[in-house]
Design a protein around this ligand. Structure first.
Ligand code: DQA
Length: 147
């Protein structure tokens, strides 16, 4: 009954990195939040972060065997990684794309997500709450599917 939460490049620097955009919460505190929400919802969470595209692709493959679904913040890979997109298309578990910032209100290169078309849905702009909202949506989807 596990949901994997996978974070991409530079998200290890949250709290330090551009706090005006991403807030002052670090990744550990985002993890703590989502774990609380997970226990309310009765699901287990495994939490991951990597700065390496290939490592993230390996996790997505592994999640196919070990997870019911994925909450994914792909960082900048969102905007150009066809390899990450193909990994998501290759596995049969639902992926919810989340972003701290509202990517649609920022630089134009951030307006495109190559991940969104293969995701169950996208949540952006709510800071750490984006992860919790994504988790609620994913768990509801899995329940509706009877999984
Ligand atoms: C991000 C948005 C991306 O454009 C950016 O490259 C990130 C973080 C977000 O959570 O707002 O690394 O995914």
């Amino acid at each position: 009954n596990t949901i994997w939460v996978i974070n991409g490049p530079n998200l290890n620097l949250l709290g330090v990195r551009e706090p005006g955009i991403y807030g002052s919460q670090n990744l550990q505190s985002i993890e703590d939040n989502i774990r609380k929400q997970a226990s309310n919802l009765g699901v287990d969470i495994s939490f991951y972060q990597s700065n390496h595209e290939g490592v993230m692709i390996d996790w997505i493959h592994e999640a196919m065997e070990k997870a019911k679904g994925i909450i994914l913040n792909p960082g900048a890979l969102t905007h150009y990684s066809y390899a990450l997109r193909d990994a998501i298309s290759s596995v049969r578990i639902p992926v919810v794309e989340v972003h701290l910032s509202n990517i649609h209100s920022r630089e134009s290169f951030r307006h495109t997500s190559v991940i969104a078309p293969v995701a169950l849905g996208q949540i952006a702009g709510f800071g750490a709450l984006s992860y919790e909202l994504g988790l609620i949506a994913l768990v509801r989807h899995l329940e509706d599917q009877g999984r």
